[in-house]
Design a protein around this ligand. Structure first.
Ligand SMILES: Nc1ncnc2c1ncn2[C@@H]1O[C@H](COP(=O)(O)OP(=O)(O)OP(=O)(O)O)[C@@H](O)[C@H]1O
Ligand SMILES: [Mg+2]
Length: 175
């Protein structure tokens, strides 16, 4: 996994990577990702709420959008204690498609909210040695979000949890 992530990061280092835009059905993509992590979700007895009032489609690169959502959702799963709650909400605001991923996990220090996007940076990792990771996920998410013009916001509070908001925009057909 580390090698995969490093290769991916290297691919984005300089040039525009081939983006293959197509219609993506977000509702199904999110369910696929949750299925991918079902063992861990069950083992930790996490309560997952997935709310989507309608069918949400965006026009973008399926593979890259998958990488973004997988990293954010896997963080929510990893950094939330047993029996914690994770909410995933798809919605539209001003015609823009929004995906919110909220957990009630360990949270991130205010002063680390920028640094967590640096490659290999792991916040307070000595305080949670049982949670494994390489610190590459969010740096890749940041790269890809810039490339695909996905707006990305992360807010967090220690002991309260973390909320990530992805704004996929109104119409990504311009890619
Ligand atoms: N939902 C979250 N709750 C609490 N801390 C988080 C959350 N998401 C990210 N973090 C913090 O940000 C750091 C960086 O996250 P990132 O996804 O880049 O790396 P990682 O999860 O440590 O490793 P990996 O490369 O396997 O994803 C994490 O080590 C963790 O400290
Ligand atoms: Mg991660």
């Amino acid at each position: 996994m580390l090698v995969d992530q490093l290769l991916l990061l290297a691919r984005f280092e300089n040039q525009k990577q081939n983006i293959v835009p197509e219609s993506i059905y977000l509702n199904a993509l999110i369910l696929d990702i949750l299925t991918l992590y079902s063992d861990k979700i069950n083992a930790k007895k996490l309560h997952i709420k997935f709310k989507a009032e309608e069918d949400y489609y965006i026009h973008s690169d399926t593979y890259l959008i998958m990488i973004i959502l997988r990293n954010i959702i896997s963080n929510a799963i990893n950094y939330t204690n047993a029996e914690g709650d994770i909410t995933i909400l798809l919605s539209k605001e001003n015609n823009k498609t929004i995906c919110l991923i909220k957990d009630n996990g360990i949270g991130i220090d205010q002063e680390d909210l920028e640094t967590v996007f640096n490659p290999f940076y792991r916040s307070r990792s000595s305080e949670h040695p049982e949670i494994k990771g390489t610190g590459l996920g969010l740096s890749i998410v940041k790269r890809i979000s810039e490339l695909l013009h996905v707006k990305f916001k992360i807010t967090s509070e220690i002991g309260e949890g973390t909320t990530v908001v992805l704004n996929f925009g109104e119409n990504m057909k311009t890619l």
